[in-house]
Design a protein around this ligand. Structure first.
Ligand SMILES: NC(=O)c1ccc[n+]([C@@H]2O[C@H](COP(=O)([O-])OP(=O)(O)OC[C@H]3O[C@@H](n4cnc5c(N)ncnc54)[C@H](O)[C@@H]3O)[C@@H](O)[C@H]2O)c1
Length: 405
């Protein structure tokens, strides 16, 4: 049997009820020969999402894992067993997981403060690497990772995959490719959601491990700001507090110190202005983007409020000046892909990673883009502490990175 474009249309292969079809009888459902084997370092909620999307997509597989927490390893085994009868290799050390010659790529999903140290071992392997966001919790570490990536002979991609959520894919196309808004002038993103979830070691409740809320979570939105603005940030002013969540939370004798709400204003070299509104004690999962250009306005949203009859909705509208058509859309991916998490964005991040490994051009986040998303996050955290606007030039200089400004 000859295989062609069918791969792109193999949706049925993603549906578990068709797992019974013998390999010899697979045509539409056959992803073809195995391409790449990956090891996952850190198999909490995010590592398990990477395992699921790899196996669902089907051309690559998860070979093994390394995680010192036994219940995370059990979770990884369950995630692989949903798709494959091949046993999962469990390594005793980071070095062993990174250097197994059977493996082509490493996915690093450990807590933020461990990224640099884990990456230093991973790069010794010379394998392709997908490093989760935020690449680091502070600017010197983020810069070191960027420099490591520049010298690295294989793909080193950063896990800023929100750009592959359906609403942002379409918004990027409208603003950057179709240019339906004219020159982009202002950007607004709002995220209203539930509190940070429990984690192994509760690292996300402490700024010293996560980088702070505006680095840990919001680097995704600052990456989108940087992308839409197409320019470098000049200044950041932020106001925020720990108003509701984890105010009495103590772990290992330490009190949680993370923000649960903030307003952040970013000014760019080219005059674009962006503002971000975060609330993490809202009974919903909701994101909204508004872009105003000199020829139109785009609004997009995704989310659900968790109540009966509320269902997940993606929405996008482009309202143009009267000499052009306007439109509303409901951008989406197949349900089986969107349900894997992050509106399917992680699945498409994996497609881009595979493309890059194949030597094709990729739109995925580079270490340089990862660095600049951390710059805005660190500047915002600093601005909340100081109560004043933070100049990016001054912040870079204070971190020994004045040559970048
Ligand atoms: N791109 C995204 O949308 C997204 C979403 C969630 C999390 N993340 C990122 O993924 C990373 C992990 O987050 P999570 O939510 O899965 O946390 P988690 O606490 O659920 O899982 C982290 C896992 O790493 C393990 N671990 C800790 N130190 C390790 C080490 N040195 N070597 C190997 N394993 C180690 C822990 O035992 C745990 O199982 C973080 O950087 C986080 O910011 C990204």
């Amino acid at each position: 049997m000859k295989k062609g474009k069918e791969f792109a249309n193999r949706l049925h292969a993603l549906v578990p009820k068709f797992a019974y079809v013998p390999q010899a009888d697979r045509f539409l459902m056959d992803p073809g020969p195995l391409k790449y084997r990956f090891n996952v370092i850190g198999t909490g909620v995010n590592g398990q999402e990477h395992i699921t999307v790899t196996l669902l997509e089907g051309r690559n597989t998860i070979h093994g894992v390394y995680d010192p927490n036994p219940s995370s390893v059990e979770g990884a085994k369950r995630a692989k067993a949903r798709f494959s009868t091949e046993p999962l290799v469990v390594y005793e050390s980071l070095e062993a997981a990174c250097n197994d010659p059977a493996v082509d790529g490493l996915i690093i999903c450990t807590p933020n403060h461990t990224h640099l140290e884990v990456l230093k071992v991973a790069v010794q392997s010379g394998k392709h690497i997908l490093l989760e966001k935020p690449m680091a919790t502070n600017l010197p570490d983020a810069y070191e990772i960027w420099q490591m990536a520049r010298a690295y002979p294989k793909v080193l991609q950063i896990g800023l995959q929100y750009r592959y959520k359906p609403i942002y894919v379409e918004a990027i196309h409208e603003a950057k490719v179709r240019r339906s808004l004219g020159e982009v002038k202002t950007l607004t993103i709002l995220e209203h959601r539930e509190p940070f979830l429990d984690k192994v070691g509760q690292w996300n409740k402490f700024s010293k491990y996560s980088g702070g809320t505006l680095v840990e979570k919001c680097c995704h939105y600052f990456d989108l700001f940087n992308l839409f603005a197409g320019s470098r940030p000049v200044s950041v002013y932020a106001s925020g507090s720990q108003a509701v969540n984890f105010k009495d939370f103590e772990y290992g004798g330490e009190r949680s110190d993370i923000l649960d709400n903030a307003f952040v204003i970013v000014e760019y070299q080219n005059g674009v202005r962006a503002n971000f509104n975060l609330c993490m004690f809202a009974p919903m999962v909701y994101e909204e983007l508004v872009i105003c250009g000199d020829e139109g306005r785009l609004k997009a949203s995704e989310g659900v409020n968790g109540q009966a009859y509320s269902k997940w909705e993606n929405y996008l509208e482009v309202i143009a000046l009267p000499d052009r058509t306007s439109r509303t859309l409901t951008p989406s991916y197949p349900a089986v892909i969107e349900e894997t998490g992050h509106s399917g964005a992680t699945y498409y991040e994996h497609l881009r990673w595979t493309q890059a490994m194949d030597g094709q051009p990729s739109t995925a986040a580079t270490a340089e883009e990862g660095f600049w998303s951390v710059v805005v996050g660190v500047a915002a955290e600093e601005s909340v502490k100081r109560g004043t606007k933070v100049g990016v030039k001054e912040l870079l200089e204070a971190n020994g990175l004045g040559h970048l400004s």
